[in-house]
Design a protein around this ligand. Structure first.
Ligand SMILES: [Zn+2]
Length: 164
């Protein structure tokens, strides 16, 4: 971000010693006298496993014929943990039994920080909400072959499998 989103003034970089817990150099508008932190979205994405971690659930969405991971944006005021529980309820009507952090990755196309979690669900029974075209459980070997090469889904899935 080069210009202030409120007044259009050119931003400078200024040291901030008291930005809550953040100390560092940030964009600053000398006209508004405010720091202008860059905007980006936060999202959660989930590698979903059944109770004994023998299968993983992949979904298809938006009319596209390839498998992806269940994912969604984090609402303002919501934690990552709350977002993942909500998303799985909303998209698939699944209840989370346990979860742990896998890895995060910045995704340029949607200007999003994607926070991926390894999630264990209580039941393999799901119901699709209209946002989701289809979903299917795969054995772990099948799943590796069922995701697009070099996709984010592949990246998170392979990594998750090393952490089970
Ligand atoms: Zn300004």
């Amino acid at each position: 971000m080069k210009y202030c989103y409120e007044c259009g003034h050119k931003l400078i970089l200024k040291e901030c010693y008291n930005c809550g817990v953040l100390d560092g150099i940030f964009p600053y508008c000398t006209k508004c006298n405010e720091f202008r932190f860059p905007f980006f979205n936060s999202a959660v994405s989930m590698v979903i496993f059944n109770k004994d971690f023998s299968k993983t659930l992949l979904i298809k969405q938006y009319g596209r014929d390839f498998n992806i991971l269940s994912a969604g944006y984090v609402n303002k005021g919501e934690t990552l943990e709350e977002a993942l529980v909500r998303e799985l309820r909303e998209e698939l009507n699944l209840e989370v039994l346990s979860f742990k952090f896998n890895e995060s990755k910045y995704f340029e196309k949607s200007n999003s920080l994607i926070n991926n979690f390894i999630v264990q669900v209580a039941s393999e029974e799901f119901t699709l909400n209209p946002e989701v075209d289809s979903a299917r459980w795969y054995s772990l070997d099948e799943a590796k072959a069922a995701v697009y090469q070099n996709s984010l889904a592949e990246y998170f899935l392979y990594l998750a499998m090393t952490k089970l």
